[in-house]
Design a protein around this ligand. Structure first.
Ligand code: SAH
Length: 453
């Protein structure tokens, strides 16, 4: 098999990244723009030892789940890699992904429920972070082509709140009007690297953050004034300085150019204050569904002590607090814990306590101190749980675990460990689609302790 060779392939599966999977010449071939059941003519792009990458250049048969794409740019940039798959097909794909990883861990007995999807699976993101570059003498925003530094200018981002796209248009006009230079990555020159926009789904408050390479932002005051004049819903205009040669978007220092330093939004009726740096779930309506499922799964009656591990700014903790005796939240980022405490006060919640540190360290500490947690909610990052955390949970004799996962592979690995530690999955895993048009999969799993004391 060689680069640029063409082959006729039959697609048997979709990879977790949404690429068609085919087999030929003892290799697994990952094929872009190819769906299960399709026969395609594919051009080989890259050959490795056991695998190869290709793209479909002709479809000899097409899947009934194939739909017309909105724009090839959304695939090229990775904004919407599943746009060629019907939404029903996307939800089925996500469910199947979880079933596959369970099968690999010999956990076929665990059922996976129908994913909770969106009625309109577009325009959902409450946050944008878009690069700024000079194109034909004009400052533009856009996205990068996947795995490259090629800049693709865009004005409609498909999955973002349309008001965010509209505010971005005004930001771009003003950058051009005030001749504020775009970042030049190759030369590490210029000024504005990225524009971050967040919008409260319920509050409708908008935050705009300009991330610059230089400490100085020319015409900052005029920019902020004009932006607020043209977009009165922009209640926070921020300037963040990031001089480093890095892909990390935000630098350490942020100044307020106009308005407030935070915006507020509500989730399930609770208020949250969100700063430029805060981690906050990007799909507000589906996050409400996710948290409702997690809280319902916890099965609280006001008498329980609940641990919310990986609590971020306390969003799940405060959803749990209403129905719990007390909630203990742990999170490694100190600023997030400061926000969590502040958010508890904002909502007059007094039975949630928050600590800074790793879940690994605090689960061990709480266990040693004899804390009797009835329920633990885990919402870890993609790498999942450390084995020591699962062991500490079992030693604490926690009767119920609610595992919110953004990565089915580590979820399945951890469920196998929980099984060994004496826990069983007692309800079908509930996927909640937080990221329509992309292959990302979020789910809620309920585990119960099977041993009597
Ligand atoms: N539950 C929150 C945040 C989930 S994201 C929400 O829904 O908004 C996962 C969080 O885990 C992040 O805030 C991250 O900072 C934190 N984190 C990552 N590794 C950690 C660790 N080892 N211990 C505790 N928190 C950790």
């Amino acid at each position: 098999m060689k680069k640029n060779e063409t082959l006729t392939l039959t697609i048997t599966d979709l990879s977790y990244q949404g690429l068609g999977v085919a087999k030929a010449a003892d290799k697994v071939i990952f094929v872009a723009d190819a769906l299960v059941g399709e026969q395609v003519v594919a051009k080989i792009l890259k050959v490795q030892k056991n695998i190869a990458f290709a793209k479909a250049i002709e479809h000899l048969t097409t899947s009934p789940d194939r739909v017309a794409i909105k724009n090839a740019r959304y695939t090229q940039t990775g904004i919407a890699p599943l746009q060629h798959l019907s939404y029903r097909g996307q939800l089925a794909f996500k469910r199947h992904q979880i079933e596959q990883v369970l099968h690999k861990q010999h956990l076929d007995e665990i059922e996976v429920g129908q994913p909770a999807g969106m009625a309109t699976p577009y325009a959902y993101r409450n946050k944008a972070a878009v690069p700024v570059r000079l194109v034909d003498g004009q400052v533009r925003v856009g996205f990068f082509r996947r795995n490259s530094h090629d800049f693709v200018p865009l004005t409609d981002f498909l999955i973002q709140d349309p008001r965010i796209d509209a505010v971005l248009k005004v930001v771009v006009q003003l950058l051009n009007r005030y001749h504020i230079a775009a970042f030049d990555e190759a030369a590490h020159k210029g000024c504005v690297r990225t524009v971050v926009v967040r919008r409260g789904y319920y509050s409708k408050e908008v935050m705009v953050g300009l991330v610059t390479r230089t400490k100085n932002l020319p015409h900052a005051a005029e920019f902020a004034r004009s932006l607020q004049q043209e977009c009165p819903d922009v209640v926070s205009v921020l300037h963040n300085v990031n001089p480093a040669k890095t892909n990390v978007i935000l630098g350490p220092t942020t100044h307020t150019l106009a308005g407030k330093s935070t915006i507020t939004d509500t989730l399930n009726g609770l208020q949250f204050e969100i700063s430029l740096h805060s981690f906050y779930q990007v799909n507000p309506t589906q996050t409400e569904v996710l948290y409702q499922k997690a809280v319902a799964a916890a099965g609280l009656d006001g008498s329980q002590t609940v641990i919310d591990a990986y609590c971020g700014i306390g969003t799940i903790s405060l959803n749990l607090a209403k129905a719990a005796k007390q909630v203990l939240g742990v999170e490694v980022v100190p600023q997030a814990i400061a926000d969590a405490k502040h958010n508890a006060q904002l909502n007059h919640i007094t039975n949630a306590k928050f600590v800074v540190g790793t879940t690994e360290e605090w689960m061990a500490k709480w266990q040693a101190a004899g804390v009797a947690a009835d329920v633990v909610v885990f919402d870890p990052p993609r790498k999942g749980l450390a084995a020591s955390v699962i062991a500490a949970t079992a030693q604490m004799k926690v009767s119920k675990v609610v595992y919110v996962s953004c990565n089915p592979a580590t979820l399945a690995r951890d469920l196998a460990l929980f099984k060994q530690a004496g826990y069983a999955v007692t309800q079908p895993i509930q996927p909640v689609d937080q990221f329509p048009q992309t292959p990302h999969i979020e789910s809620v799993t309920v585990l119960e302790r099977t041993q009597a004391d």
